[in-house]
Ligand binder design. Structure first.
Ligand code: HEM
Length: 451
């Protein structure tokens, strides 16, 4: 078969317009199924379900919404409502001055100097997952392995060793919660009435209550103590002061942020890694290229911060994987002022949907949009900055962008230098967007130790 004819898995799109109930069911099952095929060929698609909405795949308009006129397009309250019970008014959900000072308080953790100090945790996590894969007999579902790995990293970055939250509990709670919150959130954004069920809400809230208690215990045991060196995120947040008011974060605010970082920093990176490994199994030739680079740079060791700049092709694989499967595949905002985007009139109250999944595969912007081609990232300057947004952009751009990329590069390079990954026939994951873009059915691979 010709290489260009082979395409990695994609979301099955509706070929005829979905009626109201079919649309609702699609949103509950997989939010991306509501994308019409024209979202992949046109810059803006407007419509009305219960509210007016615009799906925007046009780089200059996205720049306006997320950056130049970001204050006129806040995160919509409906989109936040389901996440609020878990994440409170932490950095992800807060707005205005309250958001700004929390962002400033967390920034030092992600400064380049501190980032280098954090990478030994990533190298250690790469060693741990290598050891787990070494013990595997038979095919492995890579996705839970990557979740485990990313959780170890984020937990170590957030909290000192003596104040950890049990991993299994956090996993279960965050997973169940995102599953229900995610299924409901697009229904909420489009004002679908509450008689349309949002199943699982109660059970997930119970699990989240348990997780909050564990986070509260971690915070109580940390407050009033000297910060560790280097200080984990929690210690920095405990010490942070609002420069305008001089106030410090209360214990509930600390907890909201701790959980925000655990949620935002864990599944996203695990997904980037899982989809990258799926693609490596899909295209063994590219896997060989990536392995050759990793082996040459690492010579059998696990990757460290110093290796990252040399792992250029590994990084291209990760970038291309986040183009095809952006971990956060769709953001939403609400218009608060009248505006014009291209020829489209935007009215206050309109919902702005930013489906990065369709932006990253839009025919106006990409050659062979559904094909896997890491070489398109060989020269990052050749990519339109607003056509590729796995980390968002503007003031709310992902605070953990460099961190996530560094972690993904270290783990992927280490694994490819040591193991060969082969797809298990008949077990292809389906990309399902709940809140994040998960590989439904798992990423099953045969994993062979190379030396
Ligand atoms: C490959 C990995 C990652 C991807 C694809 C990703 C993606 C994103 C995106 C798209 C946003 C913007 C959301 C919006 O504008 O509505 C965001 C925000 C955020 N991310 Fe990430 N993220 C990743 C890793 C991380 C990591 C490792 C951390 C923390 C250690 C993190 C923490 C956050 C936080 C706190 C925000 C909210 C920032 C704010 O509103 O000021 N993310 N992320």
């Amino acid at each position: 078969m010709l290489k260009s004819n082979r395409l990695p898995v994609s979301v099955p799109l509706a070929t005829s317009p979905l009626g109201f109930m079919r649309g609702v069911r699609a949103m509950q099952r997989n939010a991306l199924e509501m994308l019409p095929p024209i979202a992949f060929t046109q810059p803006i698609v407007s419509g009305q379900i219960l509210r007016r909405f615009h799906m925007v795949m046009d780089p200059p308009s996205i720049r306006r919404i997320l950056k130049d006129a970001a204050a006129d397009y806040p995160k919509s309250e409906e989109a936040q409502a389901m996440l609020r019970p878990a994440l409170g008014n932490g950095i992800f959900l807060a707005d205005g001055a309250h958001w700004r000072w929390q962002r400033r308080a967390a920034m030092p953790v992600f400064a380049p100097r501190n980032l280098t100090a954090l990478t030994p945790v990533m190298t250690e996590a790469a060693e741990d997952v290598s050891a787990r894969l070494d013990r595997a007999t038979g095919p492995v579902d890579i996705y839970p392995e990557m979740m485990h790995t990313a959780f170890e990293v984020i937990a170590a970055v957030c909290m000192s060793e003596d104040t950890q939250i049990p991993r299994e509990m956090a996993h279960k709670a965050v997973d169940a919660y995102l599953d229900t919150a995610g299924r409901a959130s697009f229904l909420d954004i489009l004002n679908v009435p509450s008689f349309v069920p949002r199943p699982g809400r109660t059970a997930a809230r119970f699990l989240i209550a348990e997780l909050k208690q564990a986070a509260d215990r971690a915070i109580r045991s940390r407050m009033g103590r000297e910060p560790a060196d280097p200080p984990p995120l929690l210690d920095l947040l405990i010490g942070a002061e609002d420069p305008d008011t001089g106030r410090k974060m209360t214990a509930p605010e600390l907890r909201d942020n701790l959980l925000t970082f655990i949620v935002a920093g864990h599944e996203t990176t695990a997904l980037a890694l899982s989809w990258s490994l799926y693609l490596m199994g899909f295209d063994e030739e590219q896997q060989e290229r990536a392995r050759a680079e990793a082996q040459e740079v690492l010579g059998g060791r696990a990757a460290t911060a110093e290796d990252v700049p040399k792992l250029k092709f590994i990084r291209q694989v990760i970038m291309e994987s986040m183009r095809l499967y952006p971990p956060l595949a769709m953001l939403s905002r609400t218009a608060t002022k009248p505006d014009m985007l291209r020829d489209r009139e935007v009215k206050p109250g309109d919902v702005m949907l930013l489906p990065f999944y369709a932006l990253h595969r839009n025919e106006c912007l990409w050659d062979n949009p559904n094909g896997f081609d890491p070489d398109r990232f060989a020269d990052p300057k050749s990519i339109d900055r607003y056509a590729y947004l796995p980390f968002g952009t503007g003031p709310r751009v992902c605070i953990g962008m460099d961190f996530g990329l560094q972690e993904a590069t270290i783990v992927l390079a280490t694994l490819l230098s040591r193991f060969k990954f082969t797809a298990v026939p008949g077990r292809v994951p389906t990309p399902v967007m709940i809140l994040s873009l998960r590989p439904d059915g798992g990423v099953w691979m045969n994993v062979e130790r190379l030396s």
